[in-house]
Design a protein around this ligand. Structure first.
Ligand code: ADP
Ligand code: ZN
Ligand code: ZN
Length: 766
């Protein structure tokens, strides 16, 4: 007895390291009271005291017996998950990896990735997830089918109860296979009997038994199910090559031109996984704009599939989560970036569609993670394969494929075998000199739009600025209207008749007179989507125009897409939102109004992103039988990027750019980390930034530290901003680099606290 007791004690863990939803860079150690020792486990939610009178729900990362030094640990109050854990072991590892790699607090990772109802901040606000249940009744387990007659006659002095019992037996069919009566919904039975109190009495007398049954609340697909398309010869070849490449690689890149039918290949791969009893995670950069893919997959996979994104209600997200933990999980999850934290017990494949998309990166707030990279980590932890797909792969992924870290499968033919669109470059500087330009439109572009409309075809116009005009400027003195909180000029939005700051969202009334010189010749400069639409309507009166940009409410996306699909509108003008995988049969013509602003953006990735963006927009043209036509307007017609783009030569563009990346040791030849400092006093921010730069140069080497620099917009919401850029050598592990960064921060800790300057990291910024 004694030795057994000692053994038990040794096995017990007396401390738990817990993640709490607070932005502090640590786990919190609590003691495990004896009564909880048997139920507590890593991955379970627990309820703990935190600070003065506060209580929080957190997740157990680790159990151990090492008392923390110098602190009195508090007891865990209760364990929220009685049976089963909320997070699977691999998810705990993933969470830890995310917070270490992306230099952010574990609590931030937990907050960002767990559905709200699974992480109530305190018991008062607790709307904790409860599966939807309904009361059912069945014959009490103590009564065998053989003794039923006896039970009925035993109720002869309680006629009403006897009636109810008979009714139950009548409705509930006898199941000969397992010799039992089926449970039925209590509400249903109540509707069939005279006396509800008699039903209650039967339950009290242990003749019937009441219990809760979990009912499905998830919206289910009721449309028709269709067969997958037969793959074309080249798709079949790519499909086989992908499977072959997975024999050697965990990660493969499917580099397939726009409209080559990548989705059809994914469908076949998913079907194979499901047949083997495995699960698939299909990541998309955006759901609201890619309903076409969603519908396509729903038609094939019906209720085997669930859709998970941050605009789903918390309840739905929690239900999908719980279902994934249960014994009948979804085989396919179609999701946006937050779906990477969902639990999978048997993951076979992760598909990252449009893997080059910047929306996979969360910019703000922390964790500033890239779901593509996290999904690779996750896939590997789960023993799954990862397929990245794109017509314009990110340089990172393409380089990894060429360096044979990833498998590479290429699909160069469009599904219909129609060639990639024909691109005409128009020099807008020259056109303007010759006075041929009508606003933002060259004669070539107007002609192309007119011709398409005459042939009853549709047009997509890409312009990367929303609003009406880009600046309000005084013709006399050059004064430009700026945001008072940020260092940016305002954009005039005609539909609301306001000048808007695109950084902080603040709106300003329109000024009539210049505040500098009093002149009333204030002018709208530059073009936004609103102004382009207005102007096109004058130039092409038959155009039925729709705008798609982030000024449009999300709830209207579907309607705009549908109207365009149905031909109710025939010109779609949009920002980068229109580059995300639209598949419209009737679009023959695409116009790029101005390629230059994108190209001139001061960032080493600007050209890569410009190429990807324009080439995706170009890919919207001629997806069916007619070859598409593209008018590309630019001031730099001889620029390499424009030239290679017009020849659809991504490979050449990539090779050329990689020389620069190598020369300046930029990714993929290094890992970038940006340290951003913010504060109300420019002087304090500057001073700390310099000190940190010195410290980091000492640790990483001077050539690997850039800055401190004021970013293009150096003041946002009255906070002065300075950036330090670290180019970390691939030979330095992320753990090592984290240690060095922590060490540098430690040395300016006091300065930071005194000045109120805050900082954060952006690892692998895009
Ligand atoms: P991608 O993702 O490569 O741009 P999609 O998968 O969207 O291309 O395919 C483009 C269009 O061609 C879609 O409308 C798709 O339904 C159609 N398509 C592609 N492959 C096939 C096929 N094998 N059979 C029938 N239709 C196909
Ligand atoms: Zn003026
Ligand atoms: Zn502002």
């Amino acid at each position: 007895m004694g030795s057994f007791f000692v053994l038990l004690l040794l096995n017990m863990s007396r401390y738990a390291d817990i993640v709490l939803p607070v932005p502090l860079n640590q786990y919190f150690t609590y003691s495990v009271p004896p009564e909880l020792e048997l139920i507590i486990a890593p991955g379970k939610r627990v309820y703990v005291p935190f600070g003065k009178g506060r209580k929080l729900t957190g997740i157990v990362m680790k159990l151990h017996n090492i008392p923390p030094v110098g602190v009195q640990t508090k007891d865990i109050i209760s364990v929220t998950d009685m049976d089963g854990t909320t997070l699977l072991p691999y998810q705990l590892e993933l969470m830890e990896w995310i917070s270490t790699y992306y230099l952010c607090a574990p609590g931030d990772v937990m907050k960002a990735l767990l559905p709200g109802t699974l992480r109530p901040e305190s018991k008062n606000e607790q709307k904790a997830y409860k599966p939807k249940t309904e009361p059912f009744v069945k014959l009490h387990h103590s009564i065998s089918p053989e003794s039923i007659d006896e039970t009925i006659s035993g109720l002869k002095r309680a006629k009403k109860q006897q009636e109810v019992l008979k009714k139950y037996l009548e409705i509930s069919e006898f199941n000969a296979a397992d010799g039992s009566f089926k449970a039925i919904s209590k509400r249903y039975l109540q509707g069939k009997v005279e006396s509800v109190s008699a039903l209650q009495a039967l339950i009290q007398n242990n003749i019937l038994e009441e219990y809760d049954v979990e009912t499905e609340r998830l919206i289910s697909y009721t449309g028709s199910i269709v067969e997958a398309n037969t793959l074309t010869e080249s798709q079949e070849r790519a499909f086989a090559e992908i499977k072959e490449s997975f024999k050697k690689h965990n990660i493969s890149l499917l580099y397939g031109v726009t409209s080559s039918g990548k989705t059809e290949i994914y469908i076949r791969l998913i079907q194979e996984q499901i047949k083997m009893g495995r699960q698939v995670l299909y990541l998309l950069p955006e759901i609201a704009l890619t309903t076409q893919i969603m519908h396509r997959l729903q038609q094939i996979f019906g209720n085997e599939m669930a859709i998970y994104h941050s605009n789903c209600s918390d309840i739905i997200r929690a239900e999908i989560w719980q279902k994934q933990l249960g014994n009948r999980p979804f085989s396919l999850i179609l999701g946006t970036r937050s779906a990477i934290m969902l639990p999978f017990r048997n993951l076979g494949l992760v598909i990252v569609d449009e893997e080059h998309e910047t929306s996979y990166k969360q910019e703000d707030p922390a964790p500033r993670y890239n779901a593509r990279n996290v999904s690779i980590m996750m896939g590997i932890k789960c023993g799954a394969k990862i397929l990245l797909g794109s017509a314009t792969p990110s340089f990172e992924s393409y380089a990894n494929a060429l360096w044979e870290k990833y498998g590479l499968v290429t699909l160069e033919e469009r599904y219909t075998k129609v060639g990639l669109p024909d691109i005409t470059i128009v020099d807008i500087a020259e056109m303007r000199r010759k006075k041929y330009m009508k606003g933002a439109f060259s004669p070539q572009l107007i002609n192309a739009v007119n011709e398409a409309i005459e042939r009853d075809e549709q047009v997509i116009l890409f312009h990367n600025r929303r609003g009406y005009s880009s600046v309000v400027e005084c013709d006399d003195c050059g004064w430009v209207q700026k945001c008072t909180h940020c260092d940016v000029s305002l954009t005039y939005h005609k539909n609301v008749n306001m000048a808007v700051c695109h950084y902080c969202g603040k709106r300003y009334p329109i000024v009539k007179n210049c505040p500098e010189c009093g002149s009333n010749t204030l002018n709208q400069r530059g073009y936004g989507t609103e102004r382009i639409a207005e102007h096109l309507q004058e130039l092409v009166p038959e155009a039925r125009i729709a705008i798609m940009d982030s000024d449009i409410q999300r709830s209207r996306y579907q309607e705009i897409i549908q109207n365009f699909q149905d031909g109710k509108t025939n010109v779609l003008i949009g920002t980068q939102m229109i580059s995300k995988g639209f598949d419209f049969d009737n679009v023959s013509t695409v116009g790029i109004l101005q390629a230059d602003a994108l190209m001139n953006f001061p960032d080493f990735r600007a050209l890569e992103h410009t190429y990807q963006l324009i080439s995706q927009v170009v890919g919207r043209a001629g997806r069916r039988n007619i070859r598409g036509k593209v008018i590309l307007q630019t001031r730099q017609p001889d620029n390499q990027l424009i030239q290679m783009l017009s020849r659809h030569n991504y490979r050449a563009f990539f090779n050329e750019q990689m020389n620069d990346r190598l020369a300046f040791v930029y990714p993929p030849y290094s890992r970038l980390t940006i340290l951003t400092l913010k504060g109300r006093s420019a002087k304090d921010v500057e001073q700390i930034a310099y000190r940190l730069c010195q410290l980091l140069s000492g640790l990483f080497g001077e050539e690997r530290v850039l800055g401190p620099d004021a970013p293009m917009i150096s003041r946002i919401q009255n906070q002065h901003i300075r950036n330090i850029v670290l180019k970390v050598d691939h030979k330095t592990s992320y753990l090592k680099s984290r240690q060095m960064i922590d060490c540098a921060i430690q040395q300016v800790k006091e300065l930071l606290v005194q000045s109120g300057v805050t900082y954060y990291f952006d690892v692998d910024p895009l």
